[in-house]
Design a protein around this ligand. Structure first.
Ligand code: NAD
Length: 368
């Protein structure tokens, strides 16, 4: 078998159920290495609370440089109650924020897909969500979460004032909108851009700049503008009207959680965070399930590994140009669900309950 060049993947299992679900991802990468003409070099390192326990920091410089050197980072989850009272700079989440910031991961992609086999897990009526396939693109490094000035300061009469600043520049808007338009071209060719242009100047700029980019570079992609509050409502009323939604950091935070929950299955949803391409065309990226470290079920081999496995599929598709392998993996997940295998979180009457590692093995058996 002819082997192609080695491609570095960094696995950061993290805390709680992170190591359990990332172990299944590792098995799949090893299967791809063995059975396809691929040669992934897998590195694994500590992050979050587990890194703090060993190194007294949630991410060491060495691990950070490993992340910079790899073609994609796949992270499990970080955090847990035992680290909740650490000082801010030592807390597990600092590792995530550092990676996002230093790798300049400005676009967060969150698919909200309703698996036909799990249509009953949603709180919405089956006809509203069956077949749902939305991609939310959230700007991740700008806007009100980072804008200056910010802070809390005393004012007259013994009162205090809190300030955050919502700010975007043309280039910040264009780079994330470009990601959304490129994605739409591979999907249903439709982008909905959400802001509050009716009450915020930065929202008006967002709307105008997204439109300008579309008119200049993406004439064949359909673009709609929608106020963010209306989008929140439409996601519940008729979510299938959307293909790709692009929005800022604040609205994206809320709308992507809302969209994810439409499908009612935390253990199934992956995410990708993408950065800019460097001069060699290499893009930094990090992939992770949207769920946390689930300390309540950690160590019991009952966590659902599918969100992490689909995060690997996103890495294959968006960072590694391996669409065929990504499709294969997505199809394997579907087939296992078709066969009625379920982890505890998505279990329903008449289905077969399996643990984390059996679910991973079953998905691998379908790859064959
Ligand atoms: P959580 O997502 O960890 O868990 C919420 C609920 O969903 C729990 O009942 C859990 O058992 C269940 N659940 C989550 N993932 C599951 C899976 N794969 N399979 C089966 N069930 C699953 O959220 P939380 O309880 O609010 O947070 C727990 C810890 O995770 C906290 O320390 C939090 O800070 C951290 N957290 C980390 C991330 C991240 O690393 N990106 C994200 C969210 C929360």
């Amino acid at each position: 078998m002819i082997k192609v060049k080695k491609r570095k993947l960094l696995l950061l299992p993290g805390d709680g159920i992170g190591p359990e679900v990332i172990a299944e991802v590792r098995k799949i990468i090893e299967w791809l290495n063995k059975n396809k003409s691929l040669d992934f070099e897998i590195e694994e390192a500590l992050v979050g609370g587990s890194s703090y326990e060993k190194h007294k920091t949630p991410i060491t410089d060495e691990v950070f440089y490993q992340a910079l050197e790899s073609e994609a980072v796949i992270l499990g989850a970080v955090g847990g109650p035992q680290w909740d009272n650490l000082e801010f700079s030592k807390r597990p989440e600092r590792a995530l924020l550092k990676l996002r910031k230093e790798l300049k991961l400005f676009a967060n992609l969150r698919p909200a897909i309703c698996f036909k086999q799990l249509v009953d897990a949603s709180s919405l009526k089956p006809e509203i969500i069956s077949g749902l396939d939305i991609m939310i693109v959230r700007e991740l490094t700008g806007g009100i979460y980072f804008g200056e000035p910010r802070g809390i300061s005393p004012i007259e009469n013994g009162e205090r004032k809190g300030i955050n600043t919502h700010t975007y520049t043309t280039s910040e808007i264009h780079r994330v909108a470009r990601v959304a338009f490129e994605l739409a071209k591979k999907r249903k060719n439709q982008v909905t851009s959400c802001e509050k242009s009716n009450v915020m100047e930065a929202g008006l700029l967002w709307k105008e700049e997204v439109q300008a980019l579309r008119d200049k570079e993406f004439k064949n992609v359909e673009l709609k503008h929608m106020l963010a509050d209306n989008c929140a409502m439409q996601l519940l009323r008729n979510p299938k009207q959307f293909d790709v939604i692009v929005t800022d950091n604040l609205f994206g935070d809320i709308l992507s959680d809302e969209a994810a929950m439409l499908t009612g299955s935390l253990g199934l949803l992956p995410s990708a965070s993408l950065g800019a391409k460097d001069k060699n065309g290499k893009m930094r990226s990090m992939y992770e399930p949207i769920h946390g470290s689930a300390p309540d079920i950690a160590g019991k081999n009952i966590a659902n590994p599918i969100a992490s496995i689909l995060s690997l599929s996103m890495a294959l598709r968006y960072s590694l140009d391996l669409d065929a392998e990504a499709n294969l993996l997505d199809a394997a997940v579907q087939q296992v669900l078709d066969d009625g295998l379920r982890t505890k979180d998505i279990m329903s009457a008449g289905k077969k309950e399996v643990g984390t590692s059996v679910m991973g093995d079953a998905i691998i058996s379908k790859l064959k």
